[in-house]
Design a protein around this ligand. Structure first.
Ligand code: PPS
Length: 281
């Protein structure tokens, strides 16, 4: 809530953000694979031209979080405005209707990553346990209830509306590339190729290998520039940002009753849509 308050203080600035046509937006509901795709993009565009950044600048400075407004740090908008790179890679969790309109006017490319609701909820729960800048998430059952009710994070709205909003936008705005976390885990190479094709990039065999190796879960978990261990507000004693990186961990968390309840809610909220998720691979 505290973070949301700061973001709303900066709301006008955010909504008036001036996009450039070559900006690339990475949009997700939190914990759906933002850092993974951000790092793929960063390596693709700047792995060769700015290799020193790979060892000195954490990913959250290279791909700023647009709506962020943390005390003592420049806002996300200020950080993006100061980015020296072309293209600018920009992270957001804003739901489609709150994304600054300039991105649409400039016909910017948007890479959206969606993750199945069950694993997304589990990942978010552990993240909230670790993130001391946010209120405690309570126990798993309490957390899951607020997540299912769509009340967990007001600014980004319910998971259902988020994934649905970008899916529906894609029907009329062709510059959205809609990806699934489960597909990325299942076949990283194929998803990487699809992303390159959307971006109009044809990396050399060596570059392709370098990116694919570099973005492997274990590599990113060890890499201080991508594993978020440099963030002071994260208490990593019990869990870490790069936690498991798996599809289906929800099975280790949900009771049968919790699963039935989510399935029921899911059916109501996700009817009349062609969007399909896999909860195991
Ligand atoms: S955030 O805070 O919204 O930016 O978090 P986000 O990066 O979207 O999501 C974090 C989850 O993504 C997993 N992750 C990965 N999985 C597989 N492979 C790679 N390379 C990878 N990088 C990040 C990370 O482990 C979090 O998921 P969980 O399930 O908690 O492990």
């Amino acid at each position: 809530m505290r973070k949301e308050k700061k973001t709303t203080d900066n709301w006008e600035n955010l909504q008036n953000f001036q996009a450039r046509p070559d900006d690339i937006v990475v949009s997700t509901f939190p914990k759906a694979g933002t850092t993974w795709v951000s790092y793929i993009l960063d390596l693709l565009y700047f792995g060769n031209t700015a290799p020193e950044c790979q060892t000195s600048l954490p990913i959250y400075f290279r791909v700023p979080f647009l709506e962020s407004a943390f005390p003592g740090l420049p806002s996300g908008v200020e950080q993006v405005n100061k980015l020296p790179t072309t293209p600018r890679l920009i992270k957001t969790h804003l739901p489609v209707q709150l994304l600054p309109k300039s991105f649409w006017e400039q016909n910017c490319r948007v890479v959206y990553v969606a993750r199945n609701a069950k694993d997304n909820a589990v990942s978010y729960f552990h993240f909230d346990r670790m993130n001391k800048a946010e209120p405690e998430p309570g126990d798993w059952n309490t957390f899951l209830q607020t997540f299912m009710d769509g009340k967990h994070i007001i600014l980004f709205g319910p998971w259902y509306d988020h994934v649905r909003g970008y899916w529906e936008k894609k029907q009329t705005y062709s510059n959205i590339h809609y990806m699934f976390y489960e597909d990325m885990v299942g076949d990283t190479v194929r998803e990487f190729e699809g992303l390159c094709s959307f971006l109009g990039l044809s990396p050399s065999v060596e570059d392709r290998e370098r990116v694919i190796q570099g973005v492997h879960f274990e590599q990113m978990k060890q890499n201080k520039m991508t594993n978020y261990t440099t963030v002071p507000g994260f208490d990593t004693k019990e869990t870490t940002f790069m936690r498991k990186g798996k599809v289906g961990d929800w099975k280790n968390h949900f009771t049968v009753a919790q699963n039935e309840k989510l399935e029921e809610r899911y059916k109501q909220k996700m009817k009349n849509i062609t969007l399909q998720f896999r909860t195991e691979i």
